[in-house]
Write a new protein. Structure first.
Lengths: 201, 199
């Protein structure tokens, strides 16, 4: 197989290997925090920050970290950046920090992030790892933004807190409850698969 | 270098550096986080207490099941007369801990005001205890019902009906458990607070 260029590494995360829609990774925060577009965007950006920083360090030290303890080393690196993101949000964006609750600390166990370290950063150079992380992070953020927008618009009649559905719209309460997350995500994944199967055909 | 030594050195280095980075970060963000918590707390105290009062903090410790618990009361005085007490009460809601700042008359017979400090109830249903976007004129109608509510003999709630009597409130449709939890917390905790303060 021909090696991909850095740009291709970046682009693949947005659609072809989208962490949520195609790899089905990081579903826990995806389902749990996407009740409003603001939450979805904040979670996506926080995870992207952690992914970028971790990929950078893991790729930089990939020849130094012994294979037997690589997972432990990755987890410590990831946990450090997650704590930085968590404390930073608590200090500078307390409202978002409050509404995301325990899901910021839980980025530590987001499979997407550990998965990229194991599958990519530990085998590739810094530049390519950064492009891969940026693409995956962007794919994750965009998916969360779309999912949370659908849920907020249908479930609350608002988008980023702005009332956009008009007075006569009666919100579908179920969309901001946990089942709504599964309905919306299921439809998104089905849509992505449908588009992909049409493209291949 | 032998492999075992390398493993130990690399892991130790990573964790030490990580710890150092986080220690520096904590020193930098902790004052901001604490300042924010204090600000929220102060705002809540002043929001539930009457205006233009002098606030004094009273701390009481009680032994409960072998544990020392600290109760903090905010005593509001106007012209040397105690006009209100404010304090924090907490208890389990539908799926999260509900923390409420409440102010009562000096004899603990009537709620002056109440404000929800923390809740992570079901979005769109239980969260209406704090903010109900479906009621555009008064999104805080639920918690506002507690203003001037009599505590004795006990607070009760009705469903889908206008409350009658001065100890009754209307529960939120679709969030009865959250509504009932607030009533229960206020019923038990205000009486408990009075016994602590009288000690």
């Amino acid at each position: 197989m021909k090696e991909k260029t850095a740009i291709q590494e970046f682009v693949k995360g947005i659609w072809d290997e989208n962490p949520v829609l195609v790899q089905l990774l990081g579903l826990c925060p995806t389902l749990a925090v996407t009740v409003s577009a603001e939450n979805g965007l904040a979670m996506g950006l926080a995870a992207t920050f952690v992914l970028l920083s971790s990929s950078f360090l893991v790729s930089m030290f990939r020849k130094v970290i012994p294979g037997q303890v690589r997972i432990a080393a990755y987890i410590v690196i990831i946990a450090t950046f997650v704590t930085i993101a968590d404390r930073f949000l608590a200090a500078f964006a307390p409202d978002i920090s409050k509404s995301l609750g325990p899901f910021i600390p839980l980025i530590i166990v987001n499979c997407m992030i550990l998965g990229r370290q194991e599958a990519f950063s530990s085998k590739n150079g810094i530049w390519r790892s950064l492009m891969d992380a940026l693409g995956m992070g962007l794919g994750f953020t965009l998916t969360l933004l779309v999912l949370s927008s659908i849920r907020e618009i249908l479930g609350s009649g608002t988008w980023f807190g702005m009332n956009i559905m008009g007075e006569s719209f009666s919100p579908w309460g179920v969309m901001i409850l946990p089942p709504g997350a599964f309905f919306a995500l299921g439809c998104l994944i089905a849509g992505a698969n449908w588009i992909n199967s049409r493209r291949k055909a | 270098m032998n492999n075992t030594a390398k493993i130990i050195i690399v892991l130790t280095l990573i964790t030490v550096i990580s710890g150092a980075v986080l220690a520096v970060l904590d020193g930098y963000t902790k004052p901001r986080i604490d300042a924010y918590k204090n600000k929220v707390m102060n705002e809540a105290i002043h929001e539930v207490l009457p205006q233009n009062v002098k606030v004094k903090t009273i701390k009481k410790t009680v032994k409960e099941n072998g544990e020392e618990l600290e109760y903090v009361f905010y005593e509001a005085k106007k012209n040397d007369q105690i006009v209100a007490y404010a304090f924090q009460v907490a208890g389990g809601g539908f799926q999260s801990e509900l923390v409420i700042m409440v102010s009562v008359t000096p004899d603990f017979s009537e709620i002056i005001n109440a404000k929800i400090l923390a809740q992570v109830e079901t979005p769109g249903l239980g969260t209406k205890i704090e903010n109900d976007p479906s009621n555009k004129d008064n999104p805080t109608w639920f918690i506002d019902q507690f203003k001037g509510l009599k505590i004795n003999p006990e607070i009760t709630y009705v469903k889908n009906a206008k409350p009658s009597g001065n100890t009754e409130i209307q529960a939120i449709t679709g969030a009865t458990i959250s509504s009932a939890a607030i009533v229960r917390i206020l019923n038990t905790e205000i009486k408990k607070a009075k016994t602590v303060l009288d000690k």
